[in-house]
Design a binder for this molecule. Structure first.
Ligand SMILES: *Cc1c(COP(=O)(O)O)cnc(C)c1O
Length: 403
């Protein structure tokens, strides 16, 4: 299926990024690949040894939410009342889990009474009190205590802001157990965890906390952090993560009926979109392109994330690849992406480039600062620039309903 959702208006069907470039779009164009998101979701639904909640912040596009739902993702990790409303409006049957440990009391009240949300996370006694007040001491809550764990194996730390420290866990678990219908323990190992050991180590923390508090635990939620693949950040197969988590979960002192959850964000949507940009100017090895730090390239600018790139030119350039950095379109020095991005040495103004793997924390973070940015979107059915879900025998069996 090739469909245009945009104002390019030059063709009704396209099948490759090179064909998009031939239309010479003035604005950056987002390419979305529903089949890639669907494949990732089916992989988690079939192979993760528990329940997968999609972490909505990674990419809240309603089209993506629908694709994930159609592919078997029934639970959604939301962090704000706007995300609660968005998911509820888009997927009225979805189960919402409010997994931000520091919430507005009004948001908790609204989520509980108006959107059927019964699962909340917390990392302090104050938040527990807040949840109980906001829900008028509801007795049907699943409350997940977030533990602080190490981010040492991840590219993006989440170790300082949230999570209760080991010495606080006992009291908090005990108090939460008194209040909750179901007690959970959750954590986040940091985003783009490069080894399954990250989860094994975190689950050892969980074990210690359970033993110390001597409480019955009904849910173990290993959070997000499942990687995607980027230049210089190629992780082991996701099955290794799943096996490690399963083994560690099975050995925890939890009740026989306890559930295992995960909250993948990046791994479900990174392959969903890419971006076609135009080179407006070349200055040495610096390319001035028409999207940047205030567009879909926040992570490329601010934490030096490297995304795969390819020159969209026909016939292909025969020049060897060299290192480039990018400047975005705004009048701000910080609108700079160091890369390095490997492109043919003869790349020049007027060329188009596809920047891949922007489905997670890329398109979700766009602003219209300085008047740049665009919503032009084209649905593609070709392969993303990289994938964790193809090759070997990793493709999910075809007896699953596809879009
Ligand atoms: C951001 C976030 C996630 C998703 O993390 P990824 O690294 O994208 O998988 C999951 N859970 C919580 C609580 C988060 O804040």
């Amino acid at each position: 299926m090739h469909k245009h959702h945009n104002t390019l208006g030059l063709a009704s069907t396209v099948s490759t990024a090179v064909e998009i470039a031939k239309l010479r779009p003035v604005q950056p164009v987002t390419l979305v690949r529903p089949h890639a998101a669907s494949r990732a979701a089916r992989f988690f639904v079939e192979k993760f040894p528990g329940r997968s909640l999609y972490a909505v912040k990674a990419n809240p596009s309603p089209e993506l939410l629908q694709i994930l739902w159609d592919s078997g993702i029934t639970h959604y990790d939301v962090a704000s009342i706007a995300e609660v409303r968005l998911v509820s409006r888009t997927l009225p049957q979805a189960t919402l889990c409010f997994m931000h440990p520091v919430k507005a009391e009004e948001a908790i009240h609204d989520a509980y009474f108006n959107y059927g949300c019964r699962t909340f996370s917390l990392d302090s006694l104050e938040e527990l009190d807040k949840i109980l007040r906001a829900t008028e001491h509801a007795t049907d809550l699943t409350l997940c205590v977030r533990l602080r764990v190490s981010s040492e194996h991840s590219k993006l730390s989440l170790a300082s802001k949230f999570g209760c420290a080991p010495h606080e866990a006992k009291e908090l678990l005990f108090a939460t157990r008194q209040a909750a219908d179901a007690l959970g323990i959750c954590f986040h190992v940091g985003s783009q965890a490069m080894t399954p050991e990250a989860y094994a180590n975190a689950l050892e923390r969980v074990r210690a906390a359970i033993v110390d508090a001597a409480v019955t635990v009904d849910v173990i939620d290993v959070g997000g952090g499942f990687p995607s693949t980027y230049p210089g950040m190629e992780p082991p197969p996701l099955e290794h993560y799943f096996e490690t988590i399963h083994r560690a979960f099975e050995s925890l002192p939890v009740s026989y009926s306890s559930e295992l959850w995960a909250e993948p964000g990046r791994a479900l949507c990174a392959e969903y979109s890419s971006l076609v940009v135009r080179v407006e100017r070349r200055r040495g090895d610096e390319l001035y392109i028409n999207d940047g730090a205030y567009g879909a390239l926040f992570d490329a600018a601010h934490i030096g994330w490297r995304f795969p790139v390819q020159l969209l030119r026909e016939p292909d350039s025969r020049a060897r690849d060299v290192e480039f950095s990018f400047y975005g379109p705004t009048c701000d020095d910080m609108d700079h992406m160091a890369g390095p991005f490997m492109l043919p040495a003869d790349t020049q103004a007027g060329d188009y480039i596809e920047i891949g793997m922007l489905g997670a924390y890329g398109c979700a973070m766009r602003t219209a600062f300085n008047g740049f940015g665009s919503d032009e979107t084209v649905i593609m059915d070709d392969e993303p620039m990289a994938s964790l879900y193809v090759g070997d025998d990793r493709e999910v069996a075809s007896n699953v309903v596809t879009l």
